[in-house]
Structures are given as C-alpha cells and as structure tokens.
Design a binder for this molecule. Structure first.
Ligand SMILES: *Cc1c(COP(=O)(O)O)cnc(C)c1O
Length: 396
C-alpha cells in the first residue's frame, strides 16, 4: 500500500499509517525486526551508511525497521517531517532539551506540566546551566513577561496535567517566534486525533505514547516529531547517542495500539461528556474542570483549538483531601493508579502522587489544589462509570 495517506482523515490515517504490507512476505501485520545490528554487504556499504551517503539500517539504537514504521505513522498523524521514537515520554523530552539547549539558554514552560518534565528542568538540566521559568501559559502576558534574551525554547502542555487548563497554541507560537525561540508542545493529553499543534505554528511535538497512542496500559514509550527536516537533523544525533531509544518489540505493541486510537479517543470522550456533567451536578463536588463544560474558563478556546474536549477531568470533592481520599478508596470499577489515556478508567490524587515531587507552593501556584482528583475516563459503559462514582460518593 503506497498511496498518499494525506488525503484521508486522521481517523483513517491512525489505522493505515505505517501499516503497509511487508514487501518480502506479504504479511499484513508489521514484522518485528528483533535485532540489535544489521549486516553490511561489504565494507563500502558500511562506510556509506555511516557517512549518510546511503540509506539503510546500522544498529537498532540509531534506527530499526519496526521502529521506523511507528515513526512514520505518528509523523503522518501529526503532519510533521519525521518521527523519532524513544523508550519513554521522558526520554523524548530529555532528548529534545539535550539536543537543542546549551548552557546559558533559558526555557519558558507551562507551570502545571507533567511533574517530571518540570523536575528534570529545575533539578537536573539546571546543573548544566540550562535555566527555566514555569508560568501559567494560559496567560499570554505571563508568557511574554517570562521571556529573557536567552530564551530559546517555549514548552507548552495543553490541556495541562492535571489541571486541564488550556493554552492558546497559535498565540504562543507567534510570541515565541517573534522572540526567535522555538516552540515545543507536549500533545500527549489531546493526541493527534483532537489537536494538531503544527497547524497552529508549533515547531516540535512530543508524546508520551504510554498514554493515548498505545492506549492499553501495557507499554511505556515516547515520540518526538519535528516539523522540518532541519529540526530533525538537529535532534537526530542526540536521539542516536543519548540512549533513550525504542525497542522493536515495544514499537510493534504501540503500532498495534495505534490502530484503535481514534476509536478509543472518541469512545472515552463520549463517556467523559456524560461523567463531567454528573460530577458538576453532584452535591458533594466542589468544582469540575473539563473543557467540554460551559463552566470551563477556556471552553471557547477548546472549541477553536481542539476537535473535542477529550477524556481527562479534574475535580475537587467537598471536604478537601480527606473526602477525596475516601472517594478514591471506594471506587470499584475505576482503578486507583497514575497514568492516563488507557482503555480503562484510572483515577488518582496528583498532589500526593504524580505531582508530589513539586513543592506545595509551586503546586498551588499552578492550580493543583490539595484536594484535586484527576480521572482519565476510559472506554467502559458510561452508565457503569457513573454508577461506580455514585456508590463511592455515598461512602464519602
Ligand atoms: C506520562 C507523561 C509524560 C511522561 O511520559 P512517560 O512515557 O511516562 O515517560 C510526559 N508528558 C505527559 C503529558 C504525560 O502524561
């Protein structure tokens, strides 16, 4: 199958991208090239491959045919120039920082990003002289005010984790570019089905494919998608040598999960569209944050920037942290676990779990209140999910 997938919708692309029939055998499912190294026909060929004069595989850390299919698939879905697969979402983020930033450079990022992304900047990359400032990127003035002459990268996560606050990608891309900085977007929460940052001016997209793209809570994986060949060339050496590479078997599992991405995203979203109003109407709930609700402060931006509000909901139970813990201890169908974007519903308490490494002060500033509960709605029956919350609330 060599037809141009660009003419098809993202839904069709998620099923067919990277999934061409194997030329050697006719296999419809992708072969797993479980090999660390690739033989050269002669010395000349080996030298040409290392010199980049001939395309072809050398060593799996630098590239592998099964991994390449997944890279092609996600690059197609995002509309980027290429994909660079990594062993985890954090591997993707750290590879981009390592590749593009130098001592003395400065990053401006979303304050309520995925916890470890902020921690590695503030605790680890800072040791090498790479500075960072995290601000509420939903406030464009705050983004402008945080820029320094040394700012080379603006890093945005939208919807943000775990607050589900949105940032205006097009406006921030303009601010970044005017300043001469690049923009990196963590598109994990929305997935390419609901949000395409390149259409809004972003330079690099990253994913934790552990979440929606794989979708089955059984693989940790990441992806970097540069918008241009030039950016790919700048990131590729770090991708090849830093070691955050992907294993072929891991790539095969993610290729398998990817085929149902559109279906899963839409089913989970339909469920969330029912669970969010249920929570909002519940007398024991203080507030609910879901981009699909009129009450979301950026409901209008969600409609403009995304193809749907997704399936992540945050809320606070009346009675704060203790009442929230009682709810989490009493759900039966929902699983008390971190991570998100899987086929099953996961519920967790960010202040004591995913965002525990941040100081309480930083958390509160980022909108992560002590009693905040985050739920990643899955693909179960919506009535069963609401019933589970009902019985758990009865025990609060
Ligand atoms: C999980 C997550 C990451 C980190 O990905 P891993 O695959 O766990 O390393 C980064 N960003 C977001 C938004 C995430 O949810």
């Amino acid at each position: 199958m060599s037809h141009d997938l660009k003419k098809y919708s993202r839904i069709t692309q998620s099923i067919h991208a990277g999934q061409h029939v194997d030329e050697a055998t006719g296999a419809v499912a992708p072969p797993i090239f479980q090999t660390s190294t690739f033989a050269f026909s002669d010395c000349r060929q080996g030298a040409d491959r290392f010199a980049g004069a001939e395309d072809g595989f050398i060593y799996t850390r630098m590239g592998n045919p099964t991994v390449a299919r997944l890279e092609e698939a996600v690059a197609t879905l995002e509309g980027g120039a290429a994909g660079l697969a990594t062993g985890s979402g954090m591997g993707a983020f750290c590879t981009v920082i390592f590749a593009l930033m130098n001592a003395g450079d400065h990053l401006v990022g979303t304050s309520s990003v995925y916890g470890p992304s902020r921690v590695v900047m503030e605790r680890d990359f800072s040791r090498f002289g790479i500075e960072s400032t995290f601000v509420d990127t939903s406030d464009l003035d705050a983004v402008r005010a945080a820029l320094r002459p040394s700012t080379t990268l603006v890093f945005v996560e939208t919807p943000a984790n775990p607050t589900v606050v949105l940032s205006d990608l097009q406006a921030i891309a303009e601010i970044a570019h005017e300043h001469g900085a690049l923009m990196l977007v963590d598109n994990t929460f929305a997935s390419p089905i609901l949000q395409r940052p390149f259409e809004l001016g972003t330079d690099i997209v990253m994913h934790s494919m552990t979440k929606f793209i794989n979708g089955h809570t059984d693989v940790v994986a990441g992806m970097i998608v540069p918008s241009t060949d030039e950016l790919r060339a700048r990131i590729k050496p770090a991708h090849s040598y830093l070691g955050a590479c992907m294993d072929p078997h891991q790539a095969w599992l993610v290729l398998r999960g990817l085929k149902t991405l559109a279906m899963r995203v839409r089913t989970a979203q339909d469920n969330a569209r029912r669970v969010a109003p249920f929570l909002e109407a519940h007398p024991k709930v203080e507030w609910v944050r879901y981009p699909g609700l009129d009450s979301h402060p950026q409901h209008e931006l969600a409609e403009r920037q995304m193809d749907g509000p997704g399936s992540l909901i945050s809320f606070e139970v009346k009675g704060g942290i203790e009442a929230g813990a009682r709810l989490l201890d009493n759900v039966e169908l929902m699983t008390l676990a971190v991570s998100l974007g899987g086929i099953e519903t996961l519920i967790q308490h960010p202040p004591s779990m995913t965002h525990a490494a941040m100081s309480r002060e930083d958390r509160l500033e980022a909108g992560i209140t002590d009693g905040l509960v985050r739920v990643s709605i899955g693909c179960e029956d919506a009535d069963d999910l609401i019933g589970d919350l009902e019985q758990a609330f009865a025990k609060v």
